[in-house]
Structures are given as C-alpha cells and as structure tokens.
Ligand binder design. Sequence first.
Ligand code: SF4
Ligand code: FES
Length: 366
Amino acid sequence: MDTPQLIKVTIDGQEVNVPAGTSIMEAARQIGPDVAPPAMCYYKPLKGSGGKCRACLVKVTQGSEKDPRPMPKLVASCITMAQDGMKVENFTSPDVVEARKGVVEFLLLNHPLDCPVCDQAGECHLQDFAFEHGTEATRFEEDRRTYEPENIGDKIQLHMNRCVLCYRCVYTADQITNERVHGVMNRGDHAQISTYISKAIDNDFSGNMIDVCPVGALTDKTYRFKSRVWFSKPVDAHCACEKCSGKVNLWYKGDEVIRVTARKNIWGEVEEFICNTCRFERKNTSDWVIEGPTKVSRASVISANKYRANEIAKPKFALEYAKENFKKIDDSRPYEHNLAEVKESEDYKKLMEKNDAFFSKNKSLK
Ligand code: SF4
Ligand code: FES
C-alpha cells in the first residue's frame, strides 16, 4: 500500500504533519485540545457532518507553501482541507475570538435558559461553548421560537426549543439505523427537527441520537429528571451483545443504574454506537461485566466530588515549579525591634509627617 503523502500545517504556532486530505479541524485535534477548535455540528464518526454551526471558524494566514496568500474570510475548520505549508490561527487570532462570540450569540438566540432543568446540563456542548467563547449578555429582544415537547418513539423526547439544528441526529438515523423517519422540516427561522406526522422512531439503534445531540434537545425518557449528571458515577462496562459491541458507560446513583450510554472520546464523540436493548433495557448491574471507573476529565463537572487519586494528582510541572520558586522562610531575624532606633529612622519620620498632615485636614477622624 502506498504511504499517504504528508503535509505540514502550522496551527497557533505549532506544527503538525498530517496525510493530504485532512481537514484543519482534524489536524488541530492531532496537536491536542489546547489547539483544537470547538465543534457543535461536526462529528467525525458521521459522514458529511460539519459546516452547519460555524463554531469552528479559524483564520488562515497563509493558504499554502505554493500560494502563501491569506484566505480573505474566516473559514469553517471542519470542512476546510489543510494544504501543505498552511498557517492557521485559532485561539491566537483576535478576529476568531470575536467571531465566536457572535456565533454563540446566534446559537443562543432561540435557546431557552433551561439549564437548571435540562438533563444535558453538565455535559452540554453549548454550555461549554457559551462559557468558553460567549459574552455575558444577549442583544436579542424578540420573542423566542417555542415548540411543545414531542415524543419521538416511546423512549426519546424532543425539545425543539433547545435544538441548534446541527443535523447530527439526522445523519445518525441515516447512517446508523436502517430507516430514517425524521429530518429537518422547513427552512430558515422555521426549520425544525420533526418526524413529520409524528411517526415513531423505533428501530434498534435510534437511541444513539440522544448521545450525538450536543444539547438537551433529544433526551432519554428512561433517565429524564432522575439525577443531575454530577451526582452520578460513570463506570465502564460491557456485555456480550448480539447486536452491538456491548461497550457502554453505566451511570450509577447509589446502587442503581440510572442511565446507559455509549462511550465517548475526548472530543465528546461516540466510540462505538450501541443498540437500544443495551441502552434502555439492561439497567441491572448483573447484566454487565464492570471494568472500572470511567476516566473523566478533571475539568469536567462530572468529576466533582469524586476524589480519585489519579485525577486529582497535581501536574508534574506545578510540583517542580513550586520546588524551585518557594524559598524557605528566613526565621533568623531578631524577633523584637528596637523601637527607639525605629523612631529615629528617616522612614519613620516621613510616615509621621504624612500622618499628621492627614489628621490636621480630617480633624473629625482623629
Ligand atoms: S435535535 Fe440535537 S442532534 Fe438533532 S439537530 Fe437538534 S441539536 Fe442537533
Ligand atoms: S463544527 Fe464546523 S461548522 Fe459546525
């Protein structure tokens, strides 16, 4: 097999070599989370996803080695292919940072402030995106679009009010299940996810739409309102399933399994899609082989109150910095000062002069 041609891309000053045909987003992800642009619609496992939300805008300051001109506008990194010698600015570009504030504002135009009651709170990509890139206030004064919650089958509920029209659920139904009976109806401000004539989605992999939804628009009816996610404990588990890989996360509240989800990678993307039997019907510990606690990022609210030694260990550089920079307290100085000597010093006299001048002006304070 031919080795793919490698191209060099520089993102926020960091170089990476990737195969030709790699998007800027994927090149940035190879460098790491500090450089990777945020994504609200792009989802690597879903073919054709991306290009809907503009969360991942970046600035291309050099198109390629051959044509070093900058690109005239910010581009969506998830659907723009990297070129050899391309230079990209993400977090280092004030234009990008400013544009993202606008993208957050647009995504929130119709989004309700449901976080206190939304099951997705704590693992919502829009919460993270707004927190990391948004502004405090909105300029939107009009009424928000509102829809009644809709049941999509007996296990999934759609809150269209929260939908950001990323199309991930549509691609999931198209590519993972054997029949898609929902989609985006209408256009522009009227666009909405619907099953049209409310046809139920009851095929075996439909539950994956809940996992791919970046917000709380699609929720698991068997889990709704059972717990805030940070009060539950995720563990990795597997079973010998005939329909899917059987690799899941079980979410415990006390001894009870309150939710089963597919496992996700550091980008919040499902590693292997799971079937509805695993998701909705295997809610007993005895149905599973437990592998151990799920590794949750220390920055995630889901880690709160879970004191696992491997996650709370201080980073090595911090310990080294502390060792080098914190000096031993010098306690060899005499404990008592000679007051007569202090009173004779120039500093003391100047201080007393200032003091007297202040109180002669503010007699009432004396
Ligand atoms: S329901 Fe969720 S996954 Fe589907 S388009 Fe809306 S935000 Fe995206
Ligand atoms: S993540 Fe690139 S446009 Fe949505």
